[in-house]
Design a protein around this ligand. Structure first.
Ligand code: AMP
Length: 193
C-alpha cells in the first residue's frame, strides 16, 4: 500500500502529474477539487453546500471536506494505494486523514510538494481559465484569494509533515516529463524499501 499526498498551490500542476503517477503506480487518484466540481455540476447536496466557498476561492469547511474524502476512499475497497490531490489542505484535515487511514492500518507514505513561484502560477491559471470554464480560474482576485488560503491554512502543513519526516518537495517548473521524473525518483525510493 502506498499513499501519496500531492501538494501544490493552484496551478502548480498537481492534476497533470496525478494523471501520470496514478497509471505508473496503480494508484486511485482522488482530487477533492474534481469531486467538488462534479457535485456542483450535478447540483447534489454536497455541491450546494460547497458552492459559496468555491465561488469565492475559499476553502470548503473541514467537516464537509473530510467526510467527502472518506466516502471517496471507501468507494475503493480494493485499492493498492491512493494519490491524494488537493487534500489535506489544513492541519485538521491532515489529522483526520491520519486517523482515518490508521483505522485501516494504513499510513501516508510521503507528501510531495510541487514548488513554483506565485507569479508564474497566476499566469498559468489565467491561461487555463480561458478553456477550463472554471469561474475561480478567471478572476485574478479569486485566484489571489486561493493563494491567501494556501499561505494561511495549507502552508503550515509543510512544517507538520516535515516533523513527521514525510515531507518532500520538487521543482514544479519544467516539462511535464521532467517533473514526473522528479516525483517518480522520490516515490521509487519508497517502493524499493
Ligand atoms: P482545486 O481544484 O484543488 O484547486 O480546488 C478547487 C476548490 O475546491 C478550492 O478552491 C476549494 O474551494 C475546494 N477544495 C478542494 N479541495 C479542498 C480541500 N482539501 N479543503 C477545502 N476545500 C477544498
Amino acid at each position: 500500500m502506498i499513499n501519496i499526498v500531492l501538494f501544490g498551490k493552484p496551478g502548480a500542476g498537481k492534476g497533470t502529474q496525478a494523471e501520470f503517477l496514478k497509471e505508473k503506480y496503480n494508484l486511485v487518484h482522488i482530487s477533492t477539487g474534481d469531486v467538488f466540481r462534479y457535485n456542483l455540476k450535478n447540483n447534489t447536496e454536497l455541491g450546494q453546500q460547497a458552492k459559496e466557498y468555491m465561488d469565492k476561492g475559499d476553502l470548503v469547511p473541514d467537516q464537509l471536506t473530510i467526510k467527502m474524502l472518506q466516502d471517496e476512499v471507501e468507494k475503493n475497497p480494493n485499492a493498492t494505494g491512493f494519490l491524494f490531490d488537493g487534500f489535506p489542505r489544513t492541519i485538521a484535515q491532515a489529522e483526520a486523514l491520519e486517523s482515518f487511514l490508521a483505522t485501516k492500518n494504513w499510513k501516508i507514505t510521503a507528501t510531495i510538494a510541487l514548488a513554483a513561484n506565485d507569479d508564474v502560477l497566476v499566469q498559468r491559471i489565467l491561461e487555463r481559465g480561458k478553456s477550463s470554464g472554471r469561474p475561480d480560474d478567471q478572476d485574478e482576485n479569486k485566484i489571489r484569494n486561493r493563494y491567501e488560503e494556501y499561505n494561511q491554512k495549507t502552508a503550515p502543513l509543510i512544517n507538520y509533515y516535515t516533523q513527521k519526516e514525510l515531507f518532500y518537495s520538487v521543482d514544479g517548473i519544467g516539462s511535464i516529463e521532467e517533473v514526473t521524473r522528479r516525483l517518480s525518483a522520490i516515490i521509487d525510493d519508497f517502493i524499493d524499501k
